[in-house]
Design a protein around this ligand. Structure first.
Ligand code: GLU
Length: 513
């Protein structure tokens, strides 16, 4: 019988979620939705030293913002609760004991000093990567080297110990990765990983395997940085007797810096000129602020569409996909093998597409909010009209105010470049007539205003192209923008006349010729 697809996103709350992590969560979610399976979130917090306050809430808020829904999680529960590993602490020891009993794990009593000593000794003997492994374990203090009664005594007297996996010395470990194909690793490259720490907490490796098994996970989709751990995980499944139901693995290609040199990392913060986090993050220890996509004006749908394409493609020309469309199209087979370069221009492009597809009335909301902050009143109809005029010219919602302020506030500065080229006495003569005759129009709209301007230009023996830029300068102060006649219609006749007057006096030094 086909098993129900169950995938999990398993972040550690050691800081803000990186965009690479969001992509991992997204691909898991898409597979779950595509197959009618379940998306699980598990918090992997066994490393208490790396705990960062606020990180878990940040993860939750980020996924909610992105529209990545969870079927089971610490926040909405589920049949395999708890979903936070620290709360599952009592469950892990029995599996470590099972491994000890079957001869696949052992107690190790070495102190930190003894471990250091071993590493130094190996370094001196020119061993490239000194490790606790099949060779060195026999020189250390553990239940394989100490007499049985001493082991017993140490355990009974509460001597600190860890439990290590007994990795075979010579064995080929194979695993089939859904993205990379067969991956082969020789067991001599794997060290005797600690499974249980001396504080009674499992390590990531043990907890991850036990939980994926107990939570009936069918596919492990995670970042490529976990590929080196995968053979060890295969050994754990095998020794625990769970190989039959071992999940399938898919290790996602790395997200690379824009120049292709190296992995895009959390530490890049804002250094590369764009956010690496979905939401703004304030470091609780240093108060350092890192920007987020949300606060930068990215819409979640655009952000998700962009992330989906960083490593996956549908094999067609279509680029704009809703979450539902992504879920329908998504397959692991179409995930690329090689790292994907990060391209913030593409993110911006997606944002523009989504922004333009929104109804003017919705976009007007962004403008109205900014106007309220600036204590400027504006009717919803007017805001809608302006949003419609501006939407092809902005990439982010906050730009509606920034780029369209001249609809509300008369210019106080004029582009010097345009003034010196386009402002002259002929234009001023046309504008004087124009501002005076605006009052004669019985119907004031873009068309009637344009007709008026054209008839005045005819009288002066001029063409519209000769004055348009200068008129735009007078009315908006800017070099470019949407249709000027539409702008004038929105601004109104009185304000237009006032602005022309102001420009004529402010730019008089250019009107000598
Ligand atoms: N807790 C690991 C992380 O923080 C999860 C790795 C995995 O998915 O197995 O990325």
């Amino acid at each position: 019988m086909e098993r129900e697809v169950r995938v999990r996103f398993a972040p550690s709350p050691t800081g803000p979620l990186h965009i690479g992590g969001v992509r991992t969560a997204l691909y898991n979610f898409l597979l779950a939705r595509k197959t009618g399976g379940k998306m699980i979130l598990r918090i992997e917090d066994t490393d208490q030293n790396r705990f960062v306050p606020g990180a878990e809430d940040y993860i939750r808020e980020s996924l909610e913002w992105c529209g990545i829904e969870l079927d089971e999680s610490p926040w909405n529960g589920g049949p395999y609760a708890p979903y936070r590993q620290s709360e599952r602490k009592p469950m892990y020891m029995q599996y470590a004991m099972q491994l000890i009993e079957s001869g696949h794990a052992y107690y190790a009593f070495d102190t930190a000093e003894e471990l250091d000593e071993m590493r130094e000794r190996l370094k001196a003997a020119k061993v490239a990567t000194p490790q606790y492994n099949a060779i060195t374990r026999m020189t250390m203090k553990n239940s394989l080297t100490l007499p049985e009664d001493e082991v017993k005594k140490r355990l009974e007297s509460g001597d600190p110990y860890v439990i290590r996996l007994k990795v075979p010395r010579k064995e080929e470990v194979r695993l089939k990765d859904l993205i990379r194909g067969w991956v082969m690793v020789h067991s001599s490259a794997i060290d005797d990983k600690v499974l249980m720490k001396s504080d009674g907490m499992p390590t990531y490796h043990l907890a991850n395997i036990v939980d994926d098994h107990l939570m009936k996970i069918t596919h492990v989709i995670r970042g490529e940085e976990w590929l080196p751990s995968a053979p060890l995980h295969v050994l754990l499944y095998r020794y625990l007797g769970w190989e039959d139901t071992m999940p399938e693995f898919a290790h996602l290609p790395l997200l690379l810096k824009p120049d292709g040199n190296g992995k895009l990392s959390k530490r890049d913060g804002d250094k590369l000129g764009f956010p690496v986090f979905p939401l703004r993050w304030v470091d609780p220890f240093t108060s350092e602020v890192s920007s987020g996509y949300r606060e930068s004006g990215y819409m979640p749908e655009a952000f998700i569409n962009f992330l989906a394409f960083l490593g996956w493609n549908p094999g067609t020309q279509q680029e704009i996909f809703s979450m539902e469309e992504l879920a329908n199209e998504f397959t692991i087979e179409r995930i690329g093998k090689s790292g994907t370069r990060f391209d913030i221009q593409k993110a911006r492009w997606f944002n523009e597409q989504y922004l333009r597809a929104k109804p003017d009335a919705e976009l007007a909301g962004y403008l109205l909010k900014a106007l309220e902050e600036h204590n400027i009143s504006c009717s919803p109809e007017k805001a809608e009209k302006i949003a419609g005029l501006m939407k092809e010219r902005v990439s982010f919602p906050q730009e509606f105010w920034r780029e369209a302020a001249y609809f509300f506030v008369a210019p106080t500065e004029y582009s010097e470049k345009v003034a010196s080229k386009k402002w002259n006495s002929q234009a001023v003569a046309v504008f004087s007539d124009f501002r005076n005759e605006l009052s004669t129009l019985s119907d004031f709209n873009a068309d009637t205003v344009k007709d008026l301007l054209v008839s005045i230009l005819e009288r002066h023996g001029m063409k519209i192209g000769q004055v348009m830029q200068a008129l735009r300068l007078a009315v908006t102060g800017a070099e470019a923008g949407p249709d000027l006649m539409q702008i004038i219609e929105v601004i109104g006749r009185e304000e237009t006349a006032n602005r022309i007057d102001a420009a004529i006096s402010a730019l008089s030094q250019y009107a000598t010729a």
